[in-house]
Design a binder for this molecule. Structure first.
Ligand code: FAD
Ligand code: FES
Length: 279
């Protein structure tokens, strides 16, 4: 049996600077071993541990969709020691990769439903994966209307700008991009994500909502969604606890008797309401 702590080697094939402050980059990783590459099958919502020699490892949501060809995408915000070291890597460098880990968005439950995606900041990563997955021609007919509400602090901090532009122009979804504060070139919405969610007022009829973002955004968005009629079992969140092993062994990430790494990171609000308030 393969030791689950041993990472596979992956090459950084491409690095894209996402934001004008240079603090968020997307890394395209290619697993070197063909067998391991073919065995890395994942679904939107899952994450992986990236490791760097001498620096340790850290969990990151998989931002690519399994429907995409090319490398596995990880969008990384420079936060501290590990992420700064990763930001200093170059194309062609080798990193370690363990995964895919955790559960995924409940795709079976989302079928034939209207989907509302609400996100802020760099937490949009696995929701990019989900949106790409649902928009793919093989999957689009499985899901009803898709509404995406996505916000960043300023226009220069928006992720995946080319994609947002393409989705805004022609894709089969209703896109609302907002910033907390615009600049002279910004023609889109200005306002916090909870306010814009209230304004857009997506219908809760036959709908699920998936929310990812900073805790403050989530705190103010949940009441808006509840006012719109979304019950807790149709509000889905992805948690970002501190983690170590990522496979339910070390006990670092537990909330009550649940391990965020293994039982999550995706939970419904109804499930979270049953758990102690440690997240
Ligand atoms: C399931 C999961 C998915 C994640 N996906 C992404 C992703 O797609 N992109 C991304 O940039 N980051 C993601 N993270 C967070 C990422 O793992 C941390 O930012 C990283 O471990 C920080 O390491 P560091 O050594 O650079 O920072 P540290 O020196 O460890 O910390 C720097 C700062 O970041 C805070 N921090 C560290 N880890 C976390 C965490 N897990 N949650 C909240 N705050 C934290 C610390 O409190 C501190 O203020 C994810 C975390 C989890 C658990
Ligand atoms: S990180 Fe070790 S149990 Fe979850």
């Amino acid at each position: 049996m393969k030791n689950p702590y041993i990472p596979t080697r992956a090459k950084i094939e491409k690095i894209l600077i996402e934001t004008e402050d240079n603090n968020i980059k997307t890394f395209d990783l290619g697993i070197l071993n063909k067998e391991e590459k073919d065995g890395f099958t994942y679904l939107p919502g899952q994450f992986a541990e990236i490791s760097l020699t001498g620096k340790g490892e850290a969990p990151f949501g998989i931002a690519s969709s399994p429907t995409e060809t090319g490398g596995l995408k990880f969008t990384v915000n420079r936060a501290g020691v590990f992420t700064s070291a990763l930001h200093n890597m170059e194309e062609g460098d080798i990193v370690g990769l363990r995964g895919p880990l955790g559960n995924y968005y409940p795709l079976e439950a989302l079928e034939n439903k209207n989907l509302v995606i609400v996100s802020g900041g760099f937490a949009f990563t696995t929701l990019r994966s989900l949106t790409k997955y649902m928009l793919h021609e093989d999957n689009r007919s499985r899901f009803n209307d898709i509404t995406v509400i996505y916000g960043a602090r300023s226009p220069g901090l928006l992720l995946y700008k080319d994609e947002l532009e393409a989705w805004g122009k022609g894709a089969d979804l209703d896109l609302h991009v907002t910033v907390d504060a615009g600049d002279e070139g910004w023609k889109g919405k200005v306002g916090f994500v909870p306010t814009i969610t209230k304004e857009v007022a997506p219908s809760s009829q036959n709908a699920y909502v998936i929310v990812c973002g900073p805790p403050i955004m989530i705190k103010f968005t949940i009441p808006v969604l509840q006012e719109l009629g979304f019950p807790p079992e149709r509000i889905i969140l992805s948690l970002e606890m501190r983690m170590k092993c990522g496979i339910g062994i070390c006990g670092r990430c537990n909330i009550g008797n649940r391990y965020v790494c293994k039982d999550g990171p995706v939970f419904t609000l109804a499930q979270l309401n049953e758990m102690p308030e440690e997240y």
